[in-house]
Design a protein around this ligand. Sequence first.
Ligand code: ATP
Ligand code: MG
Length: 428
Amino acid sequence: MTQAFQKLAAIRGMNDVLPEAGHRWEAFEALIRDWLHSYGYRNMRPPVLEHTRLFTRGIGEVTDIVEKEMYTFTDALNGDSLTMRPEFTAGMVRATIEHNLLYERPQRVYAMGPVFRHERPQRGRYRQFHQIDVEALGFAGPDVDAEMIVMLARLWRRLGLADIRLELNSLGQPDERAAHRAALIAHLERHRDILDEDGQRRLYSNPLRVLDTKNPAMQEMADSAPRLSDFLGEASRAHLQGVCERLDDAGIAYRMNPRLVRGLDYYNLTVFEWVTDRLGAQGTVCGGGRYDGLIELLGGKPAPAVGFAIGMERLLDLWGQSQAPEPVPECQVYIVHQGEAAQRRAARVAETLRDAGLSVIVHAGSAGFKSQFKRADASGARAAVILGGDELASGSAGVKWLRGDAQQGEAQQQVPLDQLAEVLQSKV
Ligand code: ATP
Ligand code: MG
């Protein structure tokens, strides 16, 4: 016996965006683009798939992402190891180098789209999620770091978000980190007996990350560990001070968090996160920082850079808490018709209305007026346009206002076809 066809469902942790939510996504994306353009950022669209080695190199072998979260597979056609991007920065930098974008001047660029990580799905944590990725490539100074943070504060204001706070840290430069790292390893070795499995494993490979533990048994050890801030040289301290002063200028509050190390290997100097308590356990909405070594690491001419990524699902969730979603009409005008000649005419009339900038649905197929009007109503349209035999003969259309506020005494009127667009535009 053949088995019943197994019901098809989406992959766990990969969500469908259905039409109602789809409209919110579109409105959100439009607002985001507008905001990015207001700071001179231009759009880039790197591919979803890249060679695996880009990420192992660019993100770092001993990071959560590379160790356990990447969707990596062998291309059956040629044996290449490929990975679905788990973040944008590596691909953005690869593209920048490959196309020599920094040859003439620094670049402010952004990308927006899905990224993929094999994590345990829960609220705010999915296997396909979306990021807004923003990169300022070729800029060295603290002015750009601060500008990015100020620009994020503007976005939160624009979205009407409160209760979102800024955490800041400096990771210094590689040599400062090396000196700190040696001191840190010595500290961890002294507390070896209380390190959990992850801690043991990362003791030598990524000791900084060991401090990022959520294990309560390790908190005291983490609190008493040597601090990187004590190992920062003058230039690093000046950079941090430069950022802080500019945040003060802009009236942006922040908390210095020496534990903030970020999950990726490539950061130096400024790192920051925006965090909220309104999203349960997954409270980080945006993370970013400076990565002056990455362009060279990936084969480019050395150039400084700074960037951040926003988790779109988390930000949308937060936005939804501050702003009730409005029901969105499918169209402004819904055309009902009777008879084949009228239906064909309706299609042409609809085109002229769209020429005038209106959004129009023509009732598909044929049905009685009553059921067509039901559909018109359900569509959320402000007006129904009626085309029947009488209308065709007289070269006019009936217009019925479907929403109370649009009509002034008169629920239905006859309008000559050549004035139809104008009459509709004045009221929808
Ligand atoms: P987390 O600590 O929550 O795992 P992360 O440090 O791995 O975050 P980044 O690599 O900095 O996250 O990614 C930038 C942003 O993308 C995060 O601040 C978060 O808003 C969002 N994000 C990260 N992982 C996920 C996920 N699995 N699902 C939804 N959003 C995510
Ligand atoms: Mg993570």
